[in-house]
Design a protein around this ligand. Structure first.
Ligand code: AMP
Length: 474
């Protein structure tokens, strides 16, 4: 790639399984053991698999499908992009073919509307040659639509917790018949504050059920939940809190006021195809998407203040390639699976090391290569140290002096500096030209503030800023 900033950074940290969860731990699964035919799935489901174009089961499918077919509980440490949805969808479809009752018997909980839609789409594809029917329920759209859909007594309901409880409280859904409960992206549910709703729903569903719990990471709250609700689970660990080796990721020290210029510089790379740019707040996502649109880029925002229709349109447009750049809050950090994202750019440093892993995992999917660039301002240095502690290694820094200072300040601390000469000359030329332009956030006639220069700060001030941002997102 033309804009390599030196060595690629690869990760070697291990996912830790909950110590209390002992049975049959499968770690670091490397290869599928057999074809789809080894599962003994019915003909109508096999046709669905063929239609989807899946030739070989993914590791998580090989490990999970037989256990789900046996009726066992499963704890899956896996994130979206691994083939996790089919890992539970295929055996669920199979069991519904054997015993189907009118009304929902499978309930799938997902943290975001986008993920719920994605899961439902997978069921629709794989189950299209079966009589099994599914529907989604989530906030942001008319509840009447859901009531109507539930009257048709679908077999599977894919739901976000809040809307599901609303429907339950007004007697529009009967949960008595639920025999399989899937909780997907449990750690994100926790981060988004949905755990009380999730616990309430678990209590409404028969305890004599099969439970499948998937989470990309295993914070103690999820471990406790798993211990409480899973019975003798099969544990499948895909080592997900690792960063896959197909992702090259680098830190870019930058002065706060130079972030947009640096962004423009990076996305002018010839290898740039499409990117998700992560922002800390909804407002910043909206503003940066507008700045990019005004600069002639094919960009769209995705953040929690948008209506469901706007969110769907943005997501669909990004999937279809109508938009090359999605400027998003952490709403898009997990679960969303879009092929061919060449770059992830953390315009604002992620709030937690886990969030870093999730965000950059949006690229380098399905064994393709991807690049992730993270902007680091002086205030972020504490968070960088926390990230590197978690990863057990330093992340390569790419220092472009033009962007680390507002005026003529020298570049400050840098762990692993790469030479600007590694950039292609024409790209640097273009970048220099852009540097002569006014910063987007700077009003004409005003002297640029100098305090945005790259001067790493430590301690209380930076930490309090990170804490402040940690509570507002989506
Ligand atoms: P998921 O983790 O469920 O979001 O899946 C990620 C992507 O992998 C989706 O686009 C699926 O359609 C695709 N996928 C799932 N299983 C397979 C498979 N066995 N072979 C090829 N693609 C698959």
């Amino acid at each position: 790639m033309g804009r390599s900033c030196g060595r690629s950074a690869r990760h070697s940290e291990n996912t830790r399984l909950p110590p209390e969860t002992r049975p049959e731990i499968t770690t670091q699964i490397s290869a599928a053991k057999g074809g789809f035919d080894s599962f003994g799935l019915g003909q109508s489901i096999v046709r669905g698999i063929e239609f989807a174009g899946y030739e070989t089961p993914r590791p998580i499918q090989t490990e999970t499908i037989p256990s789900v077919l046996e009726g066992r509980d499963v704890l899956g440490l896996a994130q979206t992009g691994t083939g996790k949805t089919a890992a539970f969808a295929l055996p669920i479809l199979e069991s519904l073919m054997a015993r189907r009752t009118p009304g929902p018997s499978v309930l799938i909980l997902a943290p975001t509307r986008e993920l719920a839609s994605q899961i439902n789409a997978e069921f629709t594809t794989l189950g299209q040659f079966t009589p099994v029917r599914s529907t989604t329920v989530y906030g942001g759209v008319s509840i009447k639509r859901h009531i109507q859909a539930l009257r048709a007594r679908p077999n599977i309901v894919v739901a976000c917790p809040g809307r599901l409880l609303d429907l339950y409280r007004q007697n529009s859904i009967n949960l008595n018949g639920i025999s399989t409960l899937v909780i997907d992206e449990a750690d994100q549910m926790f981060d988004m504050g949905f755990m009380p709703d999730v616990r309430a729903i678990i209590d409404l569903v028969s305890s004599n059920r099969q439970t499948l719990l998937f989470s990309a990471t295993m914070p103690k709250e999820i471990r406790h939940l798993a211990n409480r609700i899973l019975k003798n689970p099969k544990v499948v660990d895909l080592g997900n809190s690792k960063i896959v080796s197909t992702i090259e990721h680098e830190l870019y020290p930058v002065a706060q006021q130079r972030k947009f210029n640096l962004l423009q510089f990076l996305i002018s790379d010839k290898d740039f195809k499409s990117a998700i740019i992560f922002m800390r707040t909804k407002h910043r996502a909206l503003r940066t998407a507008r700045q990019l649109q005004n600069g002639g880029y094919n960009a769209v925002a995705l953040q929690g203040n948008m209506s469901q229709v706007q969110r769907d349109r943005a997501m669909q447009g990004f999937r279809d390639g109508k938009y090359k750049i999605l400027v998003a809050t952490d709403i898009a950090a997990r679960g969303i699976d879009v092929a061919n994202i060449s770059h992830v750019i953390n315009f604002d440093f992620p709030n937690t090391p886990d969030s870093y892993v999730h965000r950059i995992g949006r690229t380098g999917r399905s064994e393709q290569s991807g690049r992730a660039f993270t902007f680091v301002t002086p205030d972020d240095e504490d968070a960088v140290r926390a990230l590197e502690r978690k990863l057990g290694r330093k992340v390569n820094r790419c220092v472009l002096p033009d962007y680390t200072k507002n005026g003529a300040r020298p570049v400050a601390a840098s762990a692993t500096q790469s030479k600007p000469g590694q950039q292609s000359e024409s790209a640097l030329e273009a970048a220099r030209e852009r540097l002569n332009q006014r910063d987007p956030g700077q009003r004409p006639g005003r002297k640029p503030k100098t305090h945005g220069g790259y001067q790493p700060t430590r301690g209380k001030q930076a930490r309090s800023r990170h804490r402040k941002h940690a509570v507002r997102s989506q």
